[in-house]
Ligand binder design. Sequence first.
Ligand SMILES: Nc1nc2c(c(=O)[nH]1)N[C@H]1C(S)=C(S)[C@@H](COP(=O)(O)OP(=O)(O)OC[C@H]3O[C@@H](n4cnc5c(N)ncnc54)[C@H](O)[C@@H]3O)O[C@H]1N2
Ligand code: MOO
Length: 398
Amino acid sequence: MVELLSVAQAVDLVLGYAGHFGTEHVPLAEASGRILQQSVHAERDQPPYDRVMMDGVAYRYGAGAVLGCHGVQRAGIPARPLPDGATCLDVMTGAVLPEGADTVVPVERLIRDGKHVHFEAGYEPQKGQFVHLKGSDCEAGHELLNPGLRLNGPALAVLAGNGYPTVEVSKVPSIGIVATGDELVDVVTAVQSWEIRRSNEYALTGALASRGFTRLERSVVPDDLAETMLALEKQLARHEVLILSGGVSMGQFDHVPKALTKLGVERVFHKVAQRPGKPLWFGVGPEGQRVFGLPGNPVSATCCATRYVIPMLLAGQGVSRPETYSVKLDADAARVSTLTRYLPVRVLHDASGQAWATPYPMPTSGDFSFLAATDGFVELAPGDVAASAGSHAVFHGW
Ligand SMILES: Nc1nc2c(c(=O)[nH]1)N[C@H]1C(S)=C(S)[C@@H](COP(=O)(O)OP(=O)(O)OC[C@H]3O[C@@H](n4cnc5c(N)ncnc54)[C@H](O)[C@@H]3O)O[C@H]1N2
Ligand code: MOO
């Protein structure tokens, strides 16, 4: 018997074909969720000037307990000098610290008497208080963001705050999702007792779109070799990545591997030592298209998308942070002696921050009605001894 490829071997093969989807420049307002592909540097010192942090007065520390106050330093104007004969200026939060001043006293601590102010009884300012010093947040030229980051609100703020109106990000690949199976009907069509509704393409759409892969086209092919070939030829011409579901096991109408091979898609592997998802097929098209033949059973398709398709797409975009993390099992979990097991779990964090995974075993890979109660799966290496409660496992989120 030919030994099956291990999960690690199969993942390595898939990632070896990840390549790079290229980059493009997009306006900042459209960059949310995209993957940064440039270094971002501080345009200037931050803050760019000694900045007043409280509404109040600015004065030179030690100038006395009663201060002459003859003017205002508002935000948005250059630094004013302390006027002759005056020892302080009214200042507003965000203003430049007036020339000659080094300390700010908030308005709540001041008692005003005409053009003079004094501090409330017992108040002792610290020298330099409430002044946000130039360059104390970061220095001009400092690298603030690195390639591979998914742009979130704080990252967009850094880009805006440092004068980047457009940003170089990874291109989003064009992805074709192809369902096969004569028993399948659309979500809007009346369904017969011998038919089932197609759902895998929506499981895939959810997983992809939530990670920013929104250039998706869904299509369907019947269980017929000639029609499968026609449809797949068209899809190969239109997309950089194809994700098929169904038609990859041993049935008489499982035409997908044959059709792909005939179309010049080179098989990289077929079948992996895993449950669910053993019949997984992966190949590379004549133009470098990455083609996944996911097993049709819904839990298999979802697990294989999570373990192979998403990591390949993220690698192809140059994403730097892994999505997986370590959890502790909160119950014993049986292994499969010769296969890696993907066990659906729900993850909760306890008060100490520890992530605990509660197993939700699905009786078969066709049982997906309760999969939405889970957050992802833990991966259990092949073996005969159960993984015990309290032991660590790697978690992959849906
Ligand atoms: N003799 C063997 N039979 C099977 C084997 C095997 O090794 N030897 N492997 C089994 C395993 S494991 C799986 S998983 C399935 C995979 O089969 P296919 O990829 O060929 O998928 P289909 O037969 O087309 O469908 C399987 C199952 O999934 C349902 N399905 C398919 N597409 C969708 C969709 N888009 N949405 C919802 N459900 C879908 C389909 O109706 C079937 O019930 O093969 C085993 N057989
Ligand atoms: O592994 Mo299939 O992928 O279980 O039903």
